[in-house]
Design a protein around this ligand. Sequence first.
Ligand code: FAD
Length: 457
Amino acid sequence: MNEKIYDVVIIGGGIGGLMAAYRLHKNAPELKIAITERGNTLEKRVCFAGKDKTCAHCKICNITSGFAGAGAFSDGKFNLGTAYGGTLGEALGEDVANKFINEVDKILTEYCTSGEPVVYKSNDALRLKCLQNNLRLLDMNVKHLGTDNNYLTMQNLINAIAESGTELYHFYDCEKVEKIDEIYHLTYENNEVLKAKNIIIATGRGGANFVSRFCKDFGVKVRSNHVDIGVRVEMKDIIWREFSSAIYEPKILYKTKTFEDRCRMFCFNQGGLVSAESNRGIITANGHSFAQADKKTENCNFAILSSIRFTEPFDQPTEYAENISRLANMIGNGNVLVQRFGDLIRGRRTNDHRLSQNTVTPTLKATAGDISLVLPHRILTNIIETIYALDKVAPGTANDDTLLYGCESKYYSIRPQFNENFELTPGAYIIGDGSGICRGLSQSGAMGIYVADCITK
Ligand SMILES: Cc1cc2nc3c(=O)[nH]c(=O)nc-3n(C[C@H](O)[C@H](O)[C@H](O)COP(=O)(O)OP(=O)(O)OC[C@H]3O[C@@H](n4cnc5c(N)ncnc54)[C@H](O)[C@@H]3O)c2cc1C
């Protein structure tokens, strides 16, 4: 057993945890700091998907878990503002949130050693075009590192943190936290126990159960958050090129006509690939793209998700979303489903034959099927209406051959109650996606820096 008492143990080695560790050391080099991560080291994170990219159902998903977190193999789009990617602007005030986002950017610039990333600026003409069609384009400057540069930047940052003396533990899955005589005792799945005066919970979306348990054990109040459920959409890249060449990643909101629900198009990948990710054995769709021209496909993909906020008495939005994805996996023989938009509208399943004749070639080997057997009527109606609305600004979106992969969901199931320092109980802080505040790299990193400053001030 490790008998050392750390000043700070960070649980989770994603961008939030890494930025916190970096800043803690900068502010107070004498601090004893450790980062404990459920997954592997970054260089050993390898996806064991089969040759058709079918998920290998690893106990710990190398795509979402491990040092550098869920963003390790992402497209590396860093939002240089608060228009989307979380509600840090509301929590800290726009000026303070932007200040910390700029600091994340500065640190990344220091460690981004493989070329100057492209910065996409906001665009009035496209914003107007959307407004004229009842769509709201969320617009801000975005720095795009690309998957490869993002990976290298993260590796450089991790190396710098390790060299500064912060201890990095991989395959340390924190199961339980207790507080004995003002010291936190963290028990890991491998039976190790680490002790710390302060802890930072930076467990991301995948750590929802851990956060729930912590809140229950320490009597921290939580409130149910919303859940976003929908599909990953894939089509020819040229359809969205007017947008992607100008602003790189169109993020668009639509209020649906039938239910007046909020639907959002986001996580756009130009020339990208649809991917499958495994969370607690449930396979869902996602997407990414590479910066290099030779790795681009002729497709683009993005998510269309319908937001649902449950009211009393129901308070298990994550489980609800997981059950929908589980149903898709059941019908899809353990895999994500794929359906042509034309088949969905005609009320018939997509089969391998129709898929083989499709003009859009799927970039993920998914099971051809019928998404309408999985998604509830309300969500499906919202998605179809949104596709037709988007077709007005990017004609071709509602083509018969557009592919829908189901399901994709984003959940922020609980929002724990914390003080202005994101402190749950004295000495225990929460940052990043797991806090229910963030949904992106910049804001998660910014929260890490903010909390590090709170601990060392
Ligand atoms: C495919 C994909 C692409 C994305 N692309 C972008 C993008 O381009 N731009 C953007 O802004 N955002 C993107 N995102 C979202 C972004 O990755 C997240 O918002 C961000 O990673 C959140 O950072 P975090 O540190 O809060 O959590 P995470 O990055 O999720 O890190 C949390 C870490 O904690 C570990 N962990 C969880 N529970 C425990 C435990 N009990 N004990 C120990 N360790 C634990 C996990 O293994 C994980 O490594 C993408 C996400 C995905 C999945």
